[in-house]
Write a protein that binds this ligand. Structure first.
Ligand SMILES: [Mg+2]
Length: 196
């Protein structure tokens, strides 16, 4: 499937390396955001005045930390990362989550140790969050490779959009096999084990 020549693998975190638990409609409701907005949760928050934004980010961070602390690895995640690491493949993460929650998630899921901290791009690292390709471009720049030499694996349309925008190979994971956005990626899988 993915050519062995591809030596740089970038993952989304929540719902990709871990089992999906985020209910974004629930989160929008909890934060009092417009449920029908076309904008993502972060983008809706960024539009608010600073004084209104700060307490909502605090609630979001706290809610996501609770989820992080009970994170479970998705099927095949450990075996895949183990295999990639044994082949010397460089591993990165690009996530819309924040630093503390990413660390908590990886630890709870038993996936810490596979990723160097400076190859994990969060919403606090600097680049514009996905679906903007900025975070992926940040990593491939760090690796000094062309984006087409990397693969982006995620469970949401925005992961595919970010990968395509950057120019990577893309893989869309749907652990339920529903593919509600159709099949926009180069490869479509229902389990990370398929990538082994
Ligand atoms: Mg995800």
């Amino acid at each position: 499937m993915i050519s062995p020549d591809i030596q740089h693998w970038i993952f989304d975190l929540d719902g990709t390396l871990t089992k999906p638990v985020h209910d974004f409609t629930e989160i929008r409701g909890m934060l009092g955001l417009d449920l029908d907005s076309e904008l993502g949760i972060l983008e809706q928050l960024y539009e608010l005045p600073r004084a209104a934004r700060a307490p909502l980010f605090a609630r979001l961070d706290a809610f996501e930390l609770e989820l992080a602390q009970t994170a479970e690895p998705s099927d095949g995640a450990h075996a895949l990362l183990e295999s990639l690491r044994s082949r010397g493949i460089r591993l990165g993460i690009v996530t819309r989550n924040n630093d503390i929650n990413v660390d908590a998630t990886l630890k709870a899921a038993g996936l810490d140790g596979f990723f160097d901290r400076d190859q994990v791009v969060t919403r606090e690292t600097g680049p514009t969050p996905k679906p903007d390709p900025d975070g992926i471009l940040h990593l491939v720049g760090r690796w000094s490779i062309e984006a087409e030499r990397a693969v982006m694996i995620g469970n949401h349309l925005i992961d595919v959009e970010a990968g395509r925008g950057a120019g990577t190979i893309t893989v869309l994971l749907d652990q339920n096999g529903v593919f509600e956005w159709g099949r926009p990626a180069d490869f479509h899988i229902e389990s990370l084990a398929e990538l082994l």
